[in-house]
Design a binder for this molecule. Structure first.
Ligand code: AGP
Length: 606
């Protein structure tokens, strides 16, 4: 939910930290701050409500020459948006930036008599106060004692005023990655920023303490024993973390989809058949499970709905899709015969992470589909298949979603083949159609100006309804979320057969309705449902498979004919079209497409 950064080395820290915060801003952007160890031995804190650019202006008023510092960009959880609640928080001689939630902060306030000593309403300042309470010159001992008192999630980056040039870090659930970079050492909330400076990094293990110095990095467990980091390689090149000339990351990431889908699919098709052996996925895992339960949030969950529809129709295995935030409380039927699939772009969504832990406790085997290598969900799962989407910076997920779908297609194709639903011929045809996806999506992207024109018809809408059946309904659930989260237009996706059971009461003259018709087996019913809303005055925007025929007398606001694929793959071109629709509405409304209000890219609070 927040972005944290730390640097200590040969260079001045201020610019490195503020530049890094700009990259991390997608994790939260309601306030920002920096603390630097000054040459005179003190720690200088500068922070403000607003964006990182406001912090940069604040710093320009009083430059710091220090070479060691920590920084933070915030997504408010405890305490409103204000200068005082911005991080870093300094308490006595300890300065802290924090990502996560300290659930017992009120108890700690009482226990350490902090009531009249705090400057903010945040749980993070309480963490700083507890560290200061235990600090008597031994930082490792203070950190060990303090974290034992904290309940909840935390990624803490810490400065002690009398230990200039050294950054300490400790975490529980919330992520921290660490690298040697810029003639020094760096830590960050995720590898998106480190990837610009380093090729090797490690994930700070939970409840280990890292000590970052200019010349090296030390790692200790809770007993004070030294430990060796497990180094990983940054798996994407740096220039994919910049906007590449587009006005917003979201447009760049939409346009990257054909390439990253290809990079996700091609290494996993061997001799024309889907093959997951290179990911270490044994066929036995896919053969032995009696049912599947998929857990995810938001867009990742929508990918799961597509997976469910295809898994059940092609593999004939029962599959549930559970909202990860509901999963632990839904008494879901999960046991040794269940394969739990967890989808998460960031791999740090705490709802999904806790769902995987819950599934394992119930005996299930777990398979993660994750984009960020080494992320928590990947590490806690038995197996992982990485999407090769590269860094996804825009809060609204696009290429991560379609590469998640690509992995699900591979999984379904493999399971259908080894479980006998597909013979070799069908498996090859399925894989061949999957390899067509990048080109077909490119055809939609090449026509994006048509969609930009269509978008203008709903620019000022207050409500937009989206209707479809079966896979079309799953496609629209995702299309509706895209529109809502970046244009702030209230949009709802409805199974079009359900409209007449209540919702159609909301359809009046000129109500904008987006319809998707791509599935042969339900197209006639979908057109009937469209007629029902048209007869009540709705203005319908239709996205339909180009091979379907249209009834002449109907009146359409707009029609966009989608390049044809087998029905089960039409999700891909249709999703690209709906992503563009949402993007252009937000763009033409002059909104910050990449950083929608109230949202953050990674949700590490339950
Ligand atoms: C996607 O557009 C949303 N920003 C959000 O729903 C996201 O998909 C969800 O928070 C899950 O994130 P994850 O894939 O990183 O777990």
């Amino acid at each position: 939910m927040c972005g944290i950064i730390g640097y200590t080395g040969a260079e001045e820290a201020e610019n490195i930290i503020v530049d890094a915060l700009e990259v991390l801003e997608y994790r939260g952007y309601d306030s920002a701050g920096i603390a630097v160890c000054e040459a005179d031995g003190g720690i200088e804190v500068r922070k403000c409500a607003g964006r990182v650019k406001d912090l940069r202006s604040l710093c320009q008023g009083k430059r710091s020459r220090g070479t060691c510092g920590i920084g933070h960009t915030r997504w408010a959880t405890h305490g409103g948006v204000s200068d005082a609640n911005a991080h870093p928080h300094k308490f006595e001689n300890v300065a802290v930036v924090h990502n996560g939630i300290i659930e017992n902060y009120r108890d700690l306030i009482r226990r350490y008599h902090l009531e009249d000593r705090l400057q903010s309403q945040t749980d993070s300042e309480v963490a700083a106060a507890v560290l200061a309470h235990f600090y008597n010159g031994d930082p490792l001992a203070a950190i060990r004692k303090a974290v034992l008192k904290l309940k909840g999630t935390f990624a803490l980056s810490i400065l002690f005023e009398d230990i200039p040039g050294v950054i300490f870090a400790v975490r529980n659930v919330s992520p921290i990655v660490i690298a040697r970079a810029r003639e020094g050492s760096m830590l960050a909330s995720d590898v998106t920023v480190l990837g610009q400076y380093a090729k090797e990094y490690f994930v700070l293990p939970e409840f280990y303490v890292a000590v970052l110095k200019k010349e090296d990095i030390e790692l200790y467990d809770m007993s004070g024993e030294a430990a060796a980091p497990e180094w990983l390689t940054v798996n994407w090149d740096v220039d994919r973390s910049s906007k590449g000339g587009y006005p917003f990351y979201m447009e760049k990431e939409i346009m990257e989809q054909p390439q990253v889908i290809k990079e996700t699919i091609m290494p996993r098709i061997r001799e024309g058949i889907p093959d997951l052996s290179a990911d270490g996925i044994p066929d036995s895992l896919l053969l032995e499970c009696k049912r599947i339960c998929l857990v995810a949030c938001g867009t990742a969950m929508h990918a799961g709905l597509v997976g469910k529809a295809l898994m059940q129709s092609l593999v004939r295995i029962h599959m549930d899709v559970e909202l990860a935030s509901e999963f632990m409380y839904s008494d879901a039927i999960v046991d040794e015969e269940t394969l739990v699939i967890a989808i998460s772009q960031s791999g740090e969504t705490i709802d999904t992470l806790e769902a995987v832990k819950h599934a394992k406790k119930n005996g299930a085997r777990t398979l993660a589909v994750v984009n960020v290598r080494g992320a928590s969900v990947a590490r806690v799962s038995d197996y992982v298949i990485y999407t090769n989407a590269g860094p996804e910076i825009a809060v609204a997920s696009t290429k991560a979603y379609t590469t998640q779908l690509a992995v699900l297609y591979l999984l379904i194709g493999r399971m259908a083949y080894i479980r006998g639903s597909f013979g070799e011929k069908e498996a090859r045809e399925f894989a061949k159609e999957l390899t067509r996806v990048p080109d077909v999506m490119q055809q939609v992207l090449d026509r994006r100006e048509e969609i930009h024109y269509i978008a203008r018809s709903i620019l000022n809408a207050r409500d937009v309804f989206m209707i479809g059946r079966g896979l079309d309904y799953s496609i629209l659930l995702e299309g509706s979320l895209k529109l809502k989260e970046i244009s702030y237009i209230h949009s709802e996706a409805y199974a079009s057969g359900e409209l007449k059971h209540g919702t159609i009461a909301l359809i009046t003259e000129d109500t904008p309705v987006v319809a998707v018709v791509t599935q042969s087996k339900v197209q006639s019913k979908e057109f009937s449902n469209i007629k029902e809303v048209q007869s009540r005055g709705a203005g319908v925007i239709l996205f339909m498979k180009e091979t379907f025929s249209l009834e002449r007398e109907a009146v359409w606001d707009s029609i966009f004919k989608l390049p044809a694929m087998e029905d089960g793959f039409m999700v891909m071109p249709a999703s690209a079209a709906l992503q563009l629709l949402a993007y252009y509405v937000s763009l033409d409304k002059g909104l910050d497409v990449d950083k929608p209000r109230n949202l953050a890219k990674v949700v590490t609070v339950e």
